[in-house]
Design a protein around this ligand. Structure first.
Ligand code: TMP
Ligand code: ASP
Length: 245
């Protein structure tokens, strides 16, 4: 008999304990939020689509030599993951200027960056996830210098692996957000999810205007419509690319 106790409910997932204290069950929800939950809604089928996309991407990353919390997916909207101590950091990797980078620097939407940009944000809803400087990160003791170096290195490796994979889906990986956690040996593993909720994904088959290429949560954030269709399109292309591996 399985004993499942809810231990955490986030904006997109619920975490349950399992019979094994080293394993948690993540249940992906259809709920969608944006702008630190000021905007709320639901995307039909999102839980299953994001869980499946995330599962496939974690498997791709494992094949690239990246250690992740992923174990398996017992149902389309459920993922078994290793229980980790999650660091309160959001690591954003950017290849092309969009979103807050454009708002805060004046860079034009769609500007290709000369090299990927890795940024650390403080995962704290009350403070609205502020961008951290290296000194502020250490001031708050959110990670050690070694951990920051390791996460930066892993984030760049993950970017390479994912850019290559999404390229095979005819999709450009504009930017994405990662979270890491520590296992019992203090080893850093990639955690959370990688999905259209946490990435900007632009369709390569839709010309050059960035606003006509969006296949991710920006469709929800900016009320662009066809949100479910965009997530479904990403899912289908991911499944096709995995099949042709
Ligand atoms: P930003 O341009 O709004 O800073 O977002 C950068 C990337 O991080 C984008 O792919 C969306 C993702 N992201 C999250 O996954 N969660 C968040 O809370 C935010 C603000 C962004
Ligand atoms: N993390 C954001 C929120 O709190 C969602 C987003 O913009 O991706 O609602």
């Amino acid at each position: 008999m399985s004993t499942q106790t809810k231990i955490y409910e986030g904006k997109a997932k619920i975490l349950y304990t399992t019979n094994d204290s080293k394993i948690l069950l993540a249940d992906y929800k259809d709920d969608a939020t944006a702008f630190n939950a000021q905007k709320r809604g639901s995307i039909q089928g999102k839980g299953s689509m994001n869980c499946t996309i995330s599962s496939k991407l974690f498997q791709q990353l494992e094949a690239c030599g990246i250690k992740t919390h992923y174990i398996d997916s017992p149902a389309p909207h459920q993922m078994r993951v290793k229980a980790l101590k999650i660091l309160p950091l959001e690591i954003v990797v950017r290849n092309i200027a969009a979103g807050s980078l454009c708002q805060q620097t004046g860079l034009e939407l769609g500007t290709v960056l000369k090299q990927p940009l890795v940024e650390f944000y403080y995962k704290n809803d009350q403070l609205q996830d502020p961008l951290l400087t290296r000194d502020r990160l250490f001031l708050l003791e959110l990670a050690t210098p070694e951990q920051v170096d390791t996460m930066t290195h892993l984030a760049l490796q993950i970017n390479k692996c994912l850019c290559d994979f999404f390229g095979r889906c005819d999709i450009t990986l504009v930017d994405f957000k990662l979270e890491f956690g520590l296992d019992s040996q203090q080893q850093l593993l990639l955690a959370d999810e990688i999905s259209p909720d946490t990435c900007r994904l632009w369709d390569n088959s839709k010309g050059s205007d960035p606003n006509l290429r969006i296949l991710d949560k920006d469709r929800f954030r900016r009320d662009l419509g066809n949100v479910e269709n965009a997530y479904q399109e990403v899912l289908q292309r991911v499944l096709k690319a995995v099949k042709s591996n």
